[in-house]
Each structure stands twice: as C-alpha cells, then as structure tokens.
Design a protein around this ligand. Structure first.
Ligand code: ADP
Length: 284
C-alpha cells in the first residue's frame, strides 16, 4: 500500500511516496509550483521512482501554497503541520526547524513525533526568503545554487543595509558599480538573510538541536552564517526541500490507517498589508 504527499510551493513542486511502513520509496521535484504543470511532473517522477501507478496510491495529501488546486487529493493540510511532521522523521532529535522556501520563512518548535508546538513566520515580504536570493542571483546572472560558491570565495562582508528586496537589489547594483567583488556582496546578502532568520528563530526559542529545511537549506554558505548567528550547528538533509511533501505523505498514511475524516487546517494566507513602500508587494 502506498501514500502520496505533494507540496505545491510558490516556486517548486515536490512529491514523496511512502509505503505502508512509512519508508520513502519515491520522490520527484519540479522547479515550478502553483498554477503550472509542476505538480503533475513531480508526481509522475515520484511514481516512476517508486515503480507504481497513481491507482496504487491508497490515500493522498496536498500541502503548500497551491494545495487547494489539486482537487483529487484525499485531504489537504497546512505547510506548518506538514513541515513539522516531515522534520519529525528526518531529524528526530531536532526541536527547532527553520524552513526557508521561495515565498516565506518560518521557524517551528516541534514536539514528540513531529507535533507542531509553536511557530513564527514571515510571509508578508520577500526579504529573507528564497525569492530574495533568486532576485539577487538574477542580478549576478548566476543560478541561485551558485551563491554558496561565491560566498566561499569572499574575503570580507560587503554589508547590505536594506532588508526590502527592491531596495536591496538597487544597493547590490550600486555596490557592483562601485567595484565591490560579487563574492563579498553575496556574503553580505547571506548575512542579511541569516540575521533576519535568527531574529525569527529567537521568537520561538532555539535548540537544543536545530534543523533546516526548504530549498534555501541547500545553500551551505547561508546555513553556516545562520549557524554562527544562532550559536548552534544546523542539521540538514539532502531531502531538505522534500520535507513538506514527506510530512504530507506521512500524514496521508496516518490518516488512512486511523480512517480519520479528511481535514484542512488552514493558516493565514498572504493577503493584506504589503511589507513596505519600497516593494509595494511586487517582490512577493
Ligand atoms: P516553495 O515551497 O515556496 O516552492 P522551496 O522550499 O521549494 O519553496 O524552496 C525554493 C527556494 O529554494 C528557491 O526560491 C531558491 O531560492 C532555493 N533553492 C532551490 N534550489 C536551491 C539550490 N540548489 N541551492 C540553493 N538554493 C536553492
């Protein structure tokens, strides 16, 4: 028997298939999210890796920004609960989980078995999220995955004072024009994201064990700077970006096993005030 979890994010679609023991048997990732063919492609890849067909799925759970777009899923659940659940399996000793995705940054306190106890979230503004890093990478005309290599080559930190993505982008462009090295500017960008994330983490309590998930967890340079700021080493997994989808798959399995009714725990969506006058919401 197989269970499917799909995380339809703002920038990427991630899918995980687990078996009746809760072991991962397939996963798929596609670099586009809600409103695209990304979810279908990620699901196809996960099923192919598991060597099964969609008919073999006993129960499914959708999470993420675009979870309500998948009308055939048996249930939906908030990203927060799914990330907590996934982290409970990937990092059984972690009490604090820092998740930075394409559109938001969140810090979770988790209890036994990946139960969500508390959280703090930045979802009003692109600052401190993957989107901020994507915009900066486009200024340097490199891939976001190259930023860590630049950081490794830095010899000093060229500080970025603006947190707003639009203002920070202008600041980066003028630093480049002023002859600063890309590597040092990237170090400054990572410092700025790390500072903001550490502030979020302090609101919910840090440690004793800390893990990082979401696509931005793959950025070693940023992770190291964040670890220094919070004073704790950060656990990471090669499955970091799949954490929400894993939590969804485990939830689908548990729900099916308990034969509980499907539920949707909704969290506040990204409506309402914009972050500041600088971006007027466009950077989100
Ligand atoms: P979402 O669920 O909102 O789509 P993800 O958790 O999938 O977000 O993370 C997407 C973000 O992760 C991207 O915006 C990008 O900044 C970052 N990212 C993705 N892949 C990498 C990588 N290989 N190295 C560094 N950062 C990455």
């Amino acid at each position: 028997m197989f269970f499917l979890g799909i995380d339809i994010g703002s920038t990427a679609s991630k899918c995980v298939v687990v078996n009746s023991e809760g072991e991962i048997v397939g996963k798929g990732l596609y670099g586009s999210g809600a409103g695209t063919n990304g979810p279908k492609t990620a699901i196809g890849a996960a099923l192919a890796e598991a060597g099964i067909l969609i008919e073999d799925i006993a129960y499914s759970c959708a999470t993420g920004y675009g979870r309500n777009l998948l009308d055939w899923a048996d249930m939906t659940l908030s990203e927060l609960s799914c990330h907590a659940k996934g982290a409970g399996m990937l990092f059984p000793t972690a009490k604090t989980v820092i998740d930075i995705g394409g559109q938001d940054a969140k810090v979770l306190r988790i209890g036994e078995g990946g139960r969500l106890e508390n959280f703090a979230m930045n979802d009003k503004c692109a600052a401190g999220t993957g989107r901020f890093l994507d915009v900066m990478a486009s200024v340097f005309q490199c891939k976001v995955s190259d930023l860590q290599d630049y950081d490794a080559q830095s010899t000093k930190v060229a500080s970025i004072s603006s947190t707003c993505t639009v203002f920070a982008e202008s600041e980066v462009i003028s630093k480049l024009a002023g002859g600063e090295k890309i590597a040092d500017i990237v170090a400054g960008i990572h410092e700025s994201v790390a500072e903001r994330t550490a502030g979020l983490a302090k609101r919910v309590g840090i440690g004793p064990e800390v893990a990082m998930t979401g696509g931005v967890a793959l950025n070693e340079g940023l992770r190291d700077r964040l670890a220094r700021k919070i004073g704790h080493p950060i656990l990471v997994s090669r499955l970091a970006q799949f954490n929400g989808a894993l939590g969804a798959a485990l939830t689908a399995r548990e729900t099916y096993m308990k034969k509980a009714p499907a539920l949707d725990v909704d969290e506040p969506r990204r409506e309402g005030p914009v972050c500041c006058e600088g971006c007027a919401g466009d950077a989100r």
